[in-house]
Design a protein around this ligand. Structure first.
Ligand code: ZN
Length: 221
């Protein structure tokens, strides 16, 4: 059984794992074991001011076509961080355009900007998939986002009793779901076990479903 981790910040221990290692543009791309891929993007926390942003963008441009980079991100919008909103928006939209050009999906970091993401997706109608990572929004937000063809990736929040993620998780069709560990030191197997319990299906069935989703979203031609 393959428990694909679509968003992690560390190379998992052991062999034979399928994962997407997230890198910020100022990091180099390390050697990866077979089954390892990269996502690379400019995170809203680290978007610089007017001059810095141009440097970051050109740095990113030089890396996005490297071997093993299968997604743009994490990038996105964050209403709680200090980065000026206009720069966040500029960096995010620029990365969405680049993703369209390169035909790569976008892994999105979103904090209290669900409405913005919803409207941007509606307006732009992107041909590449958008995946909301570390998803933990409530059921009202989820039903709005489900009107768009958006994907959802769940991690730590699924393991927490009464998290908004748990309730939302059960509203989302299986073909729109991914699982991840992000920066947490939890094992992806634990996330799969909890998710399959919440869905009341076998963990192997869930793993097959996510493998299918992975092929649809990340291994498109
Ligand atoms: Zn992350």
């Amino acid at each position: 059984m393959q428990c694909i981790d679509i968003h992690t910040h560390q190379i998992p221990a052991g062999t034979g794992k399928l994962f997407i290692l997230n890198r910020f543009p100022d990091n180099s791309l390390p050697e990866l074991p077979p089954g390892g891929f990269f996502s690379i993007g400019l995170h809203p926390w680290y978007v610089g001011g007017s001059r810095e942003i141009k440097r970051q963008m050109s740095y990113l441009e030089g890396l996005v076509s490297s071997d093993g980079v299968i997604a743009i991100g994490e990038c996105g919008l964050d209403k709680v961080c200090k980065t000026d909103w206009s720069y966040q928006l500029e960096a995010f939209l620029w990365q969405c355009d680049m993703a369209e050009e390169l035909n790569k999906p976008v892994i999105i970091h979103c904090v209290r900007a669900w409405n913005d993401i919803y409207h941007l997706h509606r307006k732009r109608n992107p041909k590449v998939p958008w995946i909301l990572h570390g998803y933990n929004a409530n059921d009202m937000v989820t039903s709005q986002l489900l009107q768009q063809n958006i994907f959802f990736s769940f991690g730590k929040a699924l393991l927490e009793e009464d998290s908004p993620a748990r309730k939302s998780f059960q509203m989302i069709p299986p073909e729109k779901i991914f699982l991840e560990t992000d920066e947490e030191s939890l094992s992806i197997q634990n996330v799969y076990e909890k998710a399959s319990e919440l869905m009341d299906i076998k963990v192997t069935t869930l793993a097959e479903q996510i493998e299918w989703n992975f092929r649809q979203v990340f291994v498109r031609q």
